[in-house]
Design a protein around this ligand. Sequence first.
Ligand code: FES
Length: 137
Amino acid sequence: MSKHVVAAARDIPPGSRQLVTVKGRPIVVFNIRGEFFGVLNRCPHQGGPLAEGVLGGLVESSEPGQYRFSREGEILRCPWHGWEFDVRTGQSWCDPQKVTVRSYPVELTPGATIVEGPYVAETFPVSVEDQYVVVEV
Ligand code: FES
């Protein structure tokens, strides 16, 4: 991997993002509360532009009627079909292939074991050096 300066840190303030190209790869750099993350601007489902996705949080439920919202701004929703990815790891949080209208037996299991999908968006290490945002590719 080699390091590439892609922007001055002040050009990507907290809560914003910037699409950059490194070695021909379109990478969207997110600044989430001062931490920087790089994600390939191509959804692993059908190639949607993740740079245009909405950042939300993680909603978990321990039982019907009980919800817990966490990790606000760290879950990226693809603008094309709504698949969600963890910006820190690229891990998907849904698997629409398993969603059907047919009914099946239901059982309770811990949320994290059933919502983690098989797809992972490609991510890149991002750091700040001398006030410049650096992406490793
Ligand atoms: S292209 Fe991203 S969810 Fe379909």
